[in-house]
Design a protein around this ligand. Structure first.
Ligand SMILES: Nc1ncnc2c1ncn2[C@@H]1O[C@H](COP(=O)(O)OP(=O)(O)O)[C@@H](O)[C@H]1O
Ligand SMILES: [Mg+2]
Length: 428
């Protein structure tokens, strides 16, 4: 059978690679894909865009199933349109995707269903928002309501910073309509983890745990990015914390969505803040897999991903089991010159290592220019490897990274540092 993956990032390359491994799959199309999906075994790029165009493509090519990678098409209702056209697709409907697309929706949802999350209020009026900040004090967090490509959150150390963020969002409309409402919430201390599950509307299949690194530079400094690296499992998420997160956050969320009339089918990602006592609060929900978390997670997945997705679409995820490689996986993102503000495109990439069973390069911002591979976006690729420990996986990744060259290449040399500290302390 033939499948379609929608998107062009590292997450989509990993999804397509994993799906192409399924013995029942003849070919995986990726629309629009990148330089890596163009050359991946069993994978082919489809230069198709827009929901209408993709639906026509699926009918013409007799695509068995479509998997949507990024949030934007989900928030725009791609799943609803495919279902209306009688096509099989895995992802939340537009209504269900509001869990990510509107932080105000998500916060009201969490309060209504008793999920642990930071105390908050939402505002459309700048003066009222500032009065709230004056009453609460700093540090405090200001968030644009809508999708802002990871740039809509300001963790303000002072009231002045919070007020400036309010002015930028509500006054200057820096994020357009996405920032016409802001959520202001309590600052939570702790360590973050990504908790990603598959849902079939009723049942939940948790994927392996992971952690990512958002800041551009070593030591978690510099500007926020889409993510500079990730690893799985996350030693922070002990079996006890895992059970509590399932009980206190994930299962109530899935039940709550059904109760509210928006049964959730798809990948669901809870961004967690875990405090020193092991209490987890939800920072946000994403309605898709994480990028770069997917790359290490999918490299560890031993089960047939197509089978898991089919269970999710049939409502039988309770009968599915995911097998994970016992090894650790770690991925390091190589970013283009100028990332994250103004990434440069067109730099020639050389020295890519051949794929190995324990090390793969998942492409994101790359493009084939004739036979040459060139950069085509901010996050260029994610070099991902398996190892018996996080340390060994990390050594393997950096060996591969050393071979890859392009002008202006940026990457962090300390991916996994938190996990390594924890495994050394013996808490995992
Ligand atoms: N209440 C909070 N307390 C402390 N840090 C926060 C809080 N909310 C968000 N952050 C920080 O800001 C980052 C981005 O916020 P998040 O809600 O995940 O939005 P998005 O991913 O859409 O930008 C988080 O990963 C976290 O580091
Ligand atoms: Mg986030």
């Amino acid at each position: 059978m033939k499948l379609l993956v929608v998107g062009s990032g590292g997450r989509e390359h990993a999804l397509a690679w994993k799906l192409a491994e399924s013995p029942r799959v003849q070919k995986v199309f990726v629309a629009p894909g990148n330089g890596g999906t163009a050359t991946e075994t069993g994978v082919e790029n489809a230069p198709v865009s827009g929901t209408r165009g993709l639906i026509d493509f699926c009918k013409r090519e007799h695509i068995h199933l479509t998997v949507v990678g990024p949030e934007a098409p989900l928030a725009e209702g791609m799943v609803d349109a495919f279902r209306d056209a009688g096509l099989k697709i895995f992802g939340p409907t537009r209504a269900a995707a509001q869990l990510e697309a509107s932080k105000d929706f998500a916060k009201r949802f969490m309060v209504r269903h008793g999920l642990p999350t930071a105390r908050h209020r939402s505002f459309e009026d700048a003066a009222a928002a500032k009065a709230y900040v004056a009453g609460e004090g700093a540090p405090i967090v200001v968030k644009a309501d809508g999708l802002a490509a990871g740039k809509g959150v300001v963790v303000a150390a002072t009231r002045e910073e919070a007020n400036a963020a309010i002015d930028a969002m509500l006054g200057e409309r820096r994020f357009g309509a996405a920032g016409s409402r802001v959520v202001i919430e309590e600052f939570l201390a702790g360590e973050e983890a990504s908790f990603i599950v598959m849902c079939d509307g009723t049942h939940v299949l948790p994927l392996a745990t992971s952690q990512d690194h958002k800041r551009l530079r070593d030591g978690d400094e510099g500007p926020n990015t889409g993510g500079m690296g990730a690893y799985s499992p996350a030693p922070l998420v002990t079996p006890e914390i895992h059970a509590r997160v399932m009980r206190e956050i994930i299962l109530p969320a899935v039940q709550g969505m059904t109760q509210d009339g928006h049964p959730y089918v798809g990948f669901l990602y809870a961004g967690l803040m875990i405090d020193a006592e092991g209490n987890a609060k939800t920072l946000e929900f994403n309605c898709r897999l994480g990028d770069p978390e997917s790359q290490p997670i999918l490299l560890r997945l031993k089960s047939d991903l197509l089978e898991l997705i089919e269970h999710a679409l049939a409502g039988t995820l309770d009968q599915a089991e995911a097998q994970w490689d016992r090894r650790c996986a770690l991925g390091v993102v190589l970013a283009a010159a100028g990332y994250p503000d103004e990434p440069r495109k067109g730099d020639r990439i050389e020295g890519l290592p051949a794929p190995a069973p324990d090390c793969r390069v998942f492409h994101a911002g790359t493009r084939l220019d004739g036979d040459a591979l060139v950069t085509n976006g901010g996050r260029v690729m994610c070099v991902t490897a398996l190892g018996d420990s996080l340390r060994i996986a990390r050594t393997r990744v950096y060996e591969a990274v050393e071979q890859i060259r392009f002008d202006g290449m940026q990457f962090r040399r300390d991916i996994g540092h938190r996990g390594l500290k924890k495994s050394r302390a013996g808490s995992s």
